[in-house]
Design a binder for this molecule. Structure first.
Ligand SMILES: *[C@@H]1O[C@H](CO)[C@@H](O)[C@H](O)[C@H]1NC(C)=O
Ligand SMILES: *[C@@H]1O[C@H](CO)[C@@H](O)[C@H](O)[C@H]1NC(C)=O
Ligand SMILES: *[C@@H]1O[C@H](CO)[C@@H](O)[C@H](O)[C@H]1NC(C)=O
Ligand SMILES: *[C@@H]1O[C@H](CO)[C@@H](O)[C@H](O)[C@H]1NC(C)=O
Length: 296
């Protein structure tokens, strides 16, 4: 897969050089390509808060919070949600968009990646950050994606891992999307993902030996995450073409959610339509806001 990615990048770079040479036109760079999440939220007129949170088992997460709507208190806003167990008791409702808990039927290239042996994943990606938001990806977004003719290709590039639904994507924002994603995760998180693919179990990270698991969990095997124990009211949306949260996997998950208050499947959506779909505001966000009002 890495080779395929490199091949694409080489093609893109060659094409850029070629079109620059032959007087290819550049469009203006969207200022959002150089902003971080907090800055984008402020740019659109919303108040923004930023928190670094460390979970008990060592995950460090950056959370962005929009404490209220724009200054004039109109009730428009966008949705931020988090999934940190310690906060569960403070969460009024959990909105799960294309949730992935099991990956038995997952068809994304990510699932194939997950089948690689651990040591190979470490050899390929090191042991710190997986697909970080590198200067190179930023360069790719700003220099390659500003060529009108290449926008579609750039769209494909960032959709490689999650699936395609270009017709539902705002093509004039692709440069913003590609400079901000993939945003990176730890290699350890990827190893955890690959364990889910290999063992078909929703459980904590397996440290690889009884002694190590004992050290971390006070038992020789990793503790199972029990979805049934989660009592938070939960609303689920799934996408019919979601490669990551496959319909069959989501259906299994649905049977385990104790307090399911809503479920809807949007047949033609893939994983990224939940955040980037042009029709997301009226097909999804409005319903989320209505549920928030109903259950507040
Ligand atoms: C985002 O930018 C703001 C303003 O420049 C800065 O205060 C903040 O630390 C940045 N956040 C991250 C995660 O880099
Ligand atoms: C309040 O915000 C809404 C949503 O952005 C906007 O349409 C409206 O014009 C704003 N009203 C005032 C008085 O600024
Ligand atoms: C598409 O993105 C551009 C650039 O950010 C924005 O100006 C425009 O309003 C967006 N169009 C839609 C339909 O959201
Ligand atoms: C570890 O597990 C044993 C047996 O289940 C229990 O008695 C003990 O209190 C646990 N220790 C810690 C530190 O949780």
């Amino acid at each position: 897969m890495k080779m395929r990615f490199l091949g694409l990048v080489v093609c893109l770079v060659l094409w850029t050089l070629h079109s620059e040479g032959s007087g290819g036109k550049l469009t203006a760079v969207d200022p959002e390509t150089n902003m971080n999440v907090s800055e984008i939220i402020s740019y659109w007129g919303f108040p923004s808060e930023e928190y670094l949170v460390e979970t008990e088992d060592g995950y460090i997460l950056c959370l962005n919070r929009i404490p209220h709507g724009r200054k004039n208190h109109s009730d428009k806003g966008f949705i931020a949600f988090s999934q940190i167990p310690e906060l569960a008791k403070r969460i009024k409702m959990f909105f799960a968009l294309g949730p992935v808990a099991s990956v038995a039927f997952c068809t994304s290239p990510m699932a194939k990646l997950g089948r690689l042996p651990d040591h190979l994943i470490k050899d390929l990606f090191g042991d710190k950050e997986f697909l970080p938001q590198s200067a190179f990806l930023k360069w790719l977004g700003t220099h390659v994606c500003t060529h009108v003719i290449l926008k579609e290709l750039c769209g494909n590039l960032c959709f490689l891992l999650c699936g395609f639904n270009e017709r539902n994507l705002n093509m004039s924002r692709v440069d913003v999307y590609t400079t901000h994603s993939p945003a990176g995760t730890s290699v350890q998180n990827m190893l955890h993902w690959s364990q889910a693919v290999k063992f078909q179990k929703f459980q904590a990270f397996d440290w690889g030996s009884s002694a190590k698991n004992y050290f971390h969990y006070n038992q020789s095997y990793p503790p199972t995450y029990n979805v049934k124990d989660m009592l938070v009211p939960t609303a689920v949306w799934s996408g019919g073409h979601d490669w990551l949260a496959d319909v069959y996997d989501v259906n299994i998950l649905l049977t385990q959610i104790t307090n399911l208050v809503f479920h809807e499947s949007i047949p033609e959506w893939e994983h990224l339509d939940f955040i980037w779909g042009l029709d997301a505001p009226w097909r999804l966000y409005n319903k989320i806001i209505n549920l928030m009002r109903k259950y507040q």
